[in-house]
Design a protein around this ligand. Structure first.
Ligand code: 8YV
Length: 326
């Protein structure tokens, strides 16, 4: 069922994926502001905005500045930048974009792992710089996937998709998660430290937020050990980056592959300088195909909410929020 939402005002703060903006603009009355800052909220917006479509941080003050707000449709599966707890308390629904990016991010994770362990970007640079001709074969890599034991931090949908790929690569898989996932048979470790002790290849898919802040710390890296490889495809905030840089420099661990950083787009110089890192600019889900599917899910959540009062993919913190009678 489609309903006429052309009088419903949706606010887009900052940049939004073009396809998402097009769909929101086509179905609703879209208004835009430079940033999600209460100082940009006009009286008209305060009196009319019922939804937000965002690819940026939404804090409590911004939510409070929009008294008619009913729903925040977040572009991305990770929604640590949205104060979903506050939204839940205020009766505001928050949605994210799970599932549609799962396989893409898992593919990227495996690519990043291979880049890290087999030094593929460095080997390509060797070829491009003419060194194959000048100096001969690229040096044999000291690390290999063969014989490795993988540990996944965060056994959600993406964690599981990565685990399945690792199995196909012939690696045993263990995991740490807030709680055991009954539907999976992989070895469960109730602590991240315990997981790091049991494996030599740690892949973090953990969400950001207070509960995981700097969870991958000096102790965890030490437990991973001198043959250890750390890959992060989740959130940079889950890592103590200074401890990681130190561990890479002094041989506490062997190598790291990172797609996410604590203060994007800024990457600590020590990580850029380290010869044993493979670094990507947060491209886990960044294909035209997948980003368009995410954009559609942002718009579909808004359409569903204002059509039937039900979101498609609510986040747990706001699952209890019911649509107002209209
Ligand atoms: C996006 C992501 O890069 O979905 C997520 O949580 O981190 C990525 O897929 C991001 O949300 C777009 O800003």
């Amino acid at each position: 069922m489609t309903s006429d939402n052309s009088a419903v005002t949706i606010l887009v703060p900052g940049k939004l994926h073009e396809h998402a903006a097009k769909r929101v603009d086509g179905a609703f009355r879209m208004v835009r502001v430079d940033r999600a800052d209460p100082k940009f909220v006009t009286d008209d917006m305060a009196g009319s905005v019922r939804g937000i479509a965002a690819m940026t941080a939404i804090n409590a003050a911004f939510i409070d500045a929009l008294p008619k707000l009913e729903i925040i449709a977040n572009f991305g599966v990770g929604y640590d930048a949205v104060d979903a707890k506050h939204a839940g308390k205020k009766g505001v629904m928050v949605t994210n974009t799970p599932d549609v990016l799962t396989e893409e991010v898992a593919d990227t994770a495996l690519g990043l792992l291979l880049n890290t362990v087999r030094e593929l970007p460095r080997a390509e640079s060797w070829l491009r710089e003419g060194r194959w001709v000048r100096d001969g074969a690229y040096p044999l890599t000291g690390t290999t996937l063969r014989g490795r034991r993988a540990g996944i931090f965060g056994m959600g949908r993406i964690g599981l998709a990565i685990a399945r790929r690792l199995e196909a690569f012939g690696l045993p898989v263990a995991y740490h998660n807030r709680s055991r996932v009954e539907s999976v048979g992989y070895e469960y470790h109730p602590t991240l430290l315990g997981l790091a002790e049991a494996v030599d290849t740690l892949i973090s898919v953990a969400p950001g937020g207070a509960a995981t802040e700097k969870a991958v710390n000096a102790k965890v890296l030490e437990a991973l050990g001198p043959n250890g490889v750390f890959v992060n495809i989740g959130r940079g905030s889950t890592v103590d980056e200074a401890a990681l840089a130190k561990a890479l420099a002094d041989g506490t661990i062997r190598a790291a592959g990172l797609d996410v950083f604590a203060n994007e787009p800024n990457v600590p110089q020590a990580l850029l300088d380290a010869p044993n890192t493979s670094l990507l600019p947060h491209v886990g889900s960044a294909s035209v195909h997948t980003r368009e599917a995410m954009a559609d899910l942002v718009a579909d959540n808004l359409v569903s909410w204002f059509g039937s009062g039900r979101p498609l993919t609510p986040v747990p913190e706001t699952a209890h929020v019911a649509a107002k009678q209209r």
